[in-house]
Design a protein around this ligand. Structure first.
Ligand SMILES: [Zn+2]
Length: 320
């Protein structure tokens, strides 16, 4: 795997203070496996865009926000770090972030609250975009009256507000818009100037995340499928451009899309769009991609063997 991804990660062990132009782009198809609400107060997030690059019609697509994606993936990563004692309990997102653990090092951290000890801030080196549904909003969404139980198993909702936890009555007895099961979103996650162990962390988080949306929700089961990985020396096209290209290529544009066909069209589109880029690149696909996924699987199956010590030795921005 180190060989397959060569050129896309920083080989030196110290924290890369200067931008080095090493990019790993992960092309993702995320499929909903249950009714899903990417919850905001107003319901689903929808955007009017052109249907395709050739198809000039306007359609409305549902958006899966980059914030939701990263929040969910970080949660999975942090769980792992906690479980294997690779992170201090006191490091918490948006509260007091240590800046030293692998998660803070990869996804960045913000300066702590006044009086707390974190120095400075660091930007994320995992760059994400909003993901777009391939099919239009009307086809993939529906409305239903929800009576969603929270994780407390009651009609109470736990609202975490900084230090204090408030219990409020859940107000979800009204109507709620949701995304149907078996809906596909296309996304690109970019790892910029990560070291190899950090790449393993980010890839592991993508493949191990099974749920987006609110933490206490029982909705929102998803599956992330990596369709291709592109290693390059500059940033490439974006997720909307890719989604539009795939739309143009699909012969059947009806819910539920055939997974194999969609994946084939994504790969074709990736190659055609790369052809228009002005950078050096390499695609990891098909059998090579399978080898890579199998390797990640076995690494996470027995983290004691290798992964934990790899993670332990990653130098933070504060280490010399
Ligand atoms: Zn931390």
């Amino acid at each position: 795997m180190k060989e397959l991804l060569k050129g896309g990660y920083v080989e030196d062990g110290s924290f890369p203070l200067k931008p080095l132009g090493k990019y790993i782009h992960i092309i993702l198809r995320t499929r909903t496996l249950s009714e899903t609400i990417f919850r905001t107060d107003e319901g689903l997030t929808i955007e009017t865009v052109k249907a395709g690059i050739n198809d000039n019609n306007e359609i409305q697509r549902v958006i899966m926000s980059k914030r939701k994606r990263i929040a969910a993936e970080r949660r999975i990563g942090r769980e792992f770090l906690m479980n294997y004692k690779l992170k201090d309990e006191s490091c918490e997102i948006n509260q007091s972030m240590c800046g030293r653990c692998l998660d803070c090092t990869v996804y960045g951290f913000a300066a702590g609250e006044k009086g707390k000890e974190t120095e400075g801030a660091l930007k994320s080196r995992v760059i994400t975009e909003n993901a777009y549904s391939i099919l239009p909003y009307e086809m993939i969404s529906d409305v239903r009256t929800f009576n969603a139980l929270s994780e407390l198993g009651t009609m109470m909702e736990k609202k975490e507000k900084k230090e204090k936890i408030e219990l409020t009555m859940r107000q979800s007895l009204g109507e709620n818009e949701y995304i149907k099961p078996e809906v596909d979103f296309i996304d690109i996650e970019t790892l910029k100037d990560l070291r190899f162990a950090e790449v393993l962390y980010a890839l592991g988080n993508i493949l191990r995340t099974k749920r987006y949306g609110a933490m206490d929700s029982r909705l929102g089961k998803v599956k992330n499928e990596i369709i291709a990985i592109i290693i390059s020396d500059a940033e490439i096209f974006g997720s909307l451009e890719l989604t539009k290209k795939v739309w143009d290529k699909l012969e059947v544009k009806e819910h539920i899309l055939e997974e194999n066909i969609v994946d084939e069209k994504i790969l074709e589109s990736v190659k055609e769009l790369l052809d228009g880029e002005f950078c050096k690149y390499k695609i990891v696909e098909k059998n090579d991609l399978k080898v890579l996924k199998d390797e990640i699987k076995s690494i996470y199956l027995k983290p004691e063997d290798n992964l934990i010590s790899l993670f332990k030795n990653v130098k933070s921005i504060f280490d010399k």
